[in-house]
Design a protein around this ligand. Structure first.
Ligand code: HEC
Length: 185
């Protein structure tokens, strides 16, 4: 009896493994950015990421969430982040609409205003594997990383002067082709 159950379990595991292999090897799994997600894809990507960030136990930001942090963060953001994550009152760029996963628009809806600042800091510093989110720790100073994280964590409460800095002369990162950002009326 026990032997039969054991054989059954082993056979099921083999069938499952072959099934999963065929799903990937025969081209059934999504590969293009426009394909629909694989079953459980987002969950599988986000559970280890959240667990990893939590394990790092990042402390509190070294500066207050105030106007000067937001203004400095805005300078960083418009140069390094806006091409993917968008600007207040502007349509998402071509990048944002044709990538997978799509970069969340950080000045639309809740963005990352419900995440701890330290989580956005970790993601900005280290990037997110298997997505288009780059790591900025070799491009920006630690202070700049915290300033831009304070900005996106409080994207829903920034003043008009910070918004003005964000959208004035907003081009995109020098390392990227210029993309058009039509104004939303
Ligand atoms: C080339 C495009 C690109 C650039 C440039 C970029 N990001 Fe991202 N970013 C992404 C993508 C794509 C994701 C979504 C990853 C995912 O779904 O897990 C992301 C995710 C994030 C997240 C997590 C969002 C969430 O909902 O948890 C934060 C925070 C973030 N980026 C901040 C930044 C900051 C700050 C900058 C600039 C210093 C920046 N990003 C520049 C593509 C980009």
């Amino acid at each position: 009896m026990m032997k039969g159950v054991a054989i059954g379990i082993v056979l099921t595991l083999i069938v499952l493994a072959v099934g999963i292999y065929c799903y990937f090897a025969t081209g059934m799994a999504p590969a293009a950015t426009a394909d629909s997600p694989m079953p459980f894809e987002r969950k599988l990507a986000h559970i280890p990421l959240s667990a990893h960030i939590e394990k790092q136990q990042l402390g509190q930001p070294p500066m207050a969430a105030d106007e000067s942090a937001y203004l400095a963060g805005a300078e960083v953001y418009k140069q390094h982040c806006a091409s993917c994550h968008g600007l207040p009152g502007r349509w998402p760029t071509d990048y944002a609409t044709t990538m997978y996963p799509k970069p969340p628009q950080l000045f639309r809806g809740k963005g990352v205003t419900d995440d701890p600042v330290s989580e956005s800091y970790w993601k900005s510093a280290n990037g997110i594997r298997l997505t288009g989110m780059p790591a900025f720790k070799t491009k920006l100073t630690d202070t700049q990383l915290w300033q831009v994280s304070q900005l996106v964590a409080h994207a829903n409460e920034i003043s008009d002067s910070v918004k003005r800095v964000l959208v004035t002369d907003a081009t995109t990162s020098t390392s990227m082709p210029r993309v058009s950002v039509p104004k939303v009326e």
